[in-house]
Design a protein around this ligand. Structure first.
Ligand code: PRP
Length: 181
């Protein structure tokens, strides 16, 4: 982190109770279900997923996927592709996709389409944060932690150039420091 330091946007003390609430809602909604498949989208979701899943009171298994967006100059082209697929079939299973952030929403839309084509019992989505101003069209998030402004954010799994993922809070990066090392 550059000398200016991170600007805390969502403190650790706010994240934990919100994760508790989300886990309680998810647990209530899936009560009676044999087994939920909780799918984390690498890399950013790994911390949120770890905290969320440990609070679930319904039987669940964990799987991961990784996707990549093709670069197009400074902008992402919007084309998403799977670079690591699920280990197991989700046919006839209840699926919960867990994201750290929904920005344009292309990743989540792509993943929901991919999973729905595999004959699951259901597909729902959970995201810790959403930049609503950046969403392209309607992106359905069944369980949302926080709406955040359109700023560069890091921490609690979120990175800038692979840095700051393990901050215990979510911080806004000052654009003036983005290229600083
Ligand atoms: C982030 C985030 C989502 C995606 C959201 O991943 O974890 O997967 O971008 O963007 P979108 O809504 O515009 O599609 P990133 O590509 O930064 O990879 P990472 O999770 O490995 O940091």
């Amino acid at each position: 982190m550059a000398d200016t330091g991170p600007n805390v946007l969502i403190a650790e003390e706010r994240i934990a109770p919100r994760v508790d609430e989300l886990a309680a809602r998810i647990s209530a909604d899936y009560e009676g279900v044999d087994e939920l498949v909780v799918i984390g989208v690498l890399k950013g979701a790994f911390i949120f997923l770890a905290d969320l899943a440990r609070r679930l009171t319904v039987p669940h298994r964990i799987d991961f996927i990784a996707v990549s967006s093709y670069a197009d100059g400074d902008q992402r082209s919007g084309e998403v592709r799977m670079v690591l697929d699920l280990r197991e079939s989700i046919e006839n299973r209840h699926v919960l996709v867990v994201e750290d952030i929904v920005d344009t929403g292309r990743t989540l839309r792509y993943l929901v389409q991919q999973f729905e084509a595999r004959g699951p019992a259901s597909v729902r989505t959970c995201a810790l944060t959403r930049k609503k101003a950046r969403n392209e069209g309607e992106i359905r998030i069944d369980y949302l932690g926080f709406d955040i402004p359109d700023m560069w954010v890091v921490g609690y799994g979120l990175d800038y150039a692979e840095r700051h993922r393990t901050l215990p809070y979510i911080a806004a990066l000052d654009p003036a420091t983005l290229d600083a090392d």
